[in-house]
Design a binder for this molecule. Structure first.
Ligand SMILES: [Mg+2]
Length: 353
């Protein structure tokens, strides 16, 4: 039996701001682009629950948020600060894990199957982790527990904010039956709509879907994934940071976009996260890959080789260059990924430039 947890910070950027800014508190607060009195471009990155009450949510154009709540507190993004908090949190989480895998600045999967033998114990353990992070760093999180990554992620979504939810092996089926297809990991509103048109409007229908139809509409790998997920099957391991062959981060836009500024900003953020991992693992890389998945699920990988380096600048410059050279400008982008590979360890050696 596997016991996997997804630990996800609640409204992370705003929570970080709350730590250093007393004004935030109960006041509707939005972290993101400058609203410029309603004329600003860009989006809401995170907002607190006080702001959500006004219908504001992450991914929403900042101008729209401004129309809904002009007197909210608008704060610019400060990634360096958020990353410093993230490093402290991830350090704590790692202590609790048999296997640890950071998935984004504020999210990590852990596998605790070796030390935790029941879901009851897992609930207690999760509360212990939440207490530890809150007491040591001051940030609240939610934790989902399940037999695999898919269920852990979905349980986490269900437990938010500031909660814990466990779905044991025997409960997976009923849990999935009461979930909507858009709750399945990786299925956005658009995919859900397309599935409904194909006659797969519920998780149960999707689990029994015709594999050929899914492959024709979504491509074979994603089609198979959809069907497996709807059946609660997810074999992916929590990948410890050992023996790594590549380091990558992915990001799905709330709304498909062809706005190159928005996309490049996202590439910059992913590159920074990748570079942090590069530094943590004391490696240099020789290849940079940009993944572009478009609205129609076509997916392309574009790579470029460089002289071994661990430089963040190189990741950003190369990934943005790959974007400029390869993007299909008339198609909306759904998801992007930045990956470095061809890793060389420099542990105990001189650093690469
Ligand atoms: Mg979060």
């Amino acid at each position: 039996m596997r016991v996997i947890m997804l630990i996800d910070m609640d409204y992370f950027y705003v929570a970080c701001e709350e730590l250093r800014n007393k004004e935030v508190g109960a006041r509707p607060t939005i972290v993101g682009s400058d609203p410029k009195q309603g004329a600003g471009r860009g989006v809401v990155m995170t907002c607190n629950y006080a702001a959500r009450k006004f219908g504001i949510h992450s991914g929403m154009p900042i101008s729209m948020a401004y129309r809904l709540k002009p007197d909210a507190l608008y704060l610019p993004l400060d990634y360096e600060y958020y990353e410093s908090i993230s490093r402290r949190i991830m350090g704590r989480i790692e202590e609790f894990a048999d296997k640890f895998e950071q998935v984004s600045i504020d999210e990590a999967f852990i596998d605790v199957s070796e030390k935790i033998r029941s879901y009851g114990k897992a609930m207690e353990y999760a509360e212990e982790i939440r207490r530890d992070i809150l007491e040591s760093v001051g940030i609240k999180c939610s934790i989902g527990i399940g037999p695999n990554k898919l269920i852990a992620k979905m349980a986490c979504e269900r437990s938010k904010p500031n909660g814990v939810m466990a779905v044991g092996g025997g409960e997976v089926k009923s849990f999935l039956l009461e979930s909507k297809i858009e709750d399945l990991y990786g299925i956005g509103a658009k995919t859900a709509e397309r599935l409904k048109k194909l006659g797969y409007g519920t998780v149960e229908q999707l689990a029994k879907a015709d594999s050929m139809v899914l492959a024709e509409n979504f491509g074979a790998p994603f089609g198979a994934e959809l069907k497996a997920f709807a059946s609660g099957i997810d074999e992916r391991e929590v990948v410890g940071n050992y023996d790594i062959k590549s380091i990558s981060r992915e990001f799905t836009f709330e709304k498909d976009t062809k706005n190159s500024q928005e996309i490049k900003e996202a590439i910059g953020r992913l590159s920074k996260e990748v570079a942090k991992d590069v530094e943590k693992n004391q490696v240099a890389f020789k290849t940079i890959t940009l993944k572009l998945r478009y609205f129609d699920f076509s997916e392309h990988l574009h790579s470029r080789s460089v002289k071994a380096t661990s430089s963040l600048e190189t990741v950003i410059r190369t990934a943005c260059g790959l974007y400029d050279d390869n993007v299909e400008k008339n198609k909306d982008v759904r998801k992007i990924g930045v990956r470095v590979s061809g890793l060389v360890s420099y542990k105990g050696q001189k650093r690469f430039a």
